[in-house]
Design a protein around this ligand. Structure first.
Ligand code: NAP
Length: 249
């Protein structure tokens, strides 16, 4: 069991997939979890299930790509929870295409949702963490941000940007005992990857590049993230942990 003492976490993209698993895992460790997603239904269902199983959770629908909406939500939440000790920037989207066919709108949507959202949430939630001299920020990046991936110029750039942001903020906040790390999933079975995972030819091709020869589960990412948020990980900052079956080694 990991150690968490009266901690509150905000997890973006907690309505489905990896974010849902992270929210559930933190809640199982006694953390109060604020579940954020775009649709009120998805984060609401996750928070309701956590509460029904004895955990503490609330939900709020916020479009993380909208800086003003993030600012408003952060203000409301900080009035209710004076310390949000843990921030997991997990919400993300893909809009894939080769560069010559990629529209500026698809470039901007992916950069804004995956990367600029981290800037906004961190700006609002990290200040109380630095005052409290304790905090954990985990950014969910991707192996695409480490290795690049043909057809994902926007996504790879956003995820690589999250790594630069992670390392810079780790340095900025270290003096206040706020750690900032990144987790880089490989191919994980979620709605985002259903079309690859369910296509035998495509999945066989992908698995050629995965030494462990299988897709990951959302729980694999949640376990690493929960560890990085726990008391036990207090001496780890500025790092990127690939959880990818060995793809990016
Ligand atoms: P997913 O199943 O598609 O779920 C994405 C979640 O993000 C949903 O809850 C969605 O909200 C939320 N979201 C998307 N856009 C949003 C917005 N503008 N505002 C607020 N919430 C928004 O994705 P996933 O596979 O769990 O991926 C989670 C993270 O891991 C992403 O950052 C992704 O890039 C990264 N990742 C995933 C994989 C993989 O193989 N799955 C690999 C590497 C990295 P709704 O529920 O309301 O739609």
């Amino acid at each position: 069991m990991l150690t968490f003492t009266n901690r509150t976490a905000l997890v973006t993209g907690a309505g489905r997939g990896i974010g849902k698993a992270i929210a559930e895992t933190l809640a199982r460790h006694g953390v109060t979890v604020i579940c954020v997603s775009k649709s009120a239904d998805s984060c609401g269902a996750v928070a309701a299930a956590i509460t029904a199983s004895g955990g503490k959770a609330k939900s709020i629908a916020v479009d993380v790509a909208d800086g003003a909406a993030v600012a408003k939500a952060a203000e409301t939440l900080l009035a209710e929870f004076p310390t949000i000790d843990i921030l997991v920037n997990n919400a993300g989207i893909t809009k894939d295409g080769l560069l010559f066919r990629m529209s500026e709108a698809d470039w901007n949507d992916v950069i804004t949702t995956n990367l600029t959202s981290c800037f906004h949430w961190t700006k609002h939630l990290a200040r109380p963490m630095t005052r409290a001299r304790w905090g954990r920020i985990v950014n969910i990046t991707s192996v695409s941000g480490i290795m690049g991936n043909a057809g994902q110029a926007n996504y790879s750039a956003a995820k690589a940007g999250m790594i630069g942001l992670t390392k810079t903020l780790a340095r900025e906040f270290a003096g206040r005992s706020v750690t900032v790390n990144a987790v880089a999933p490989g191919f994980i079975k979620t709605d985002m990857t259903t079309e690859f995972v369910n296509n035998p030819e495509v999945s066989a091709k992908i698995l050629e590049a995965v030494p462990l020869k299988r897709f990951g589960e959302a729980a694999d990412i949640a376990n690493m993230t929960a560890f990085l948020c726990a008391e036990e990980a207090g001496y780890i900052t500025g790092q990127v942990f690939a959880v990818d079956g060995g793809m990016a080694m």
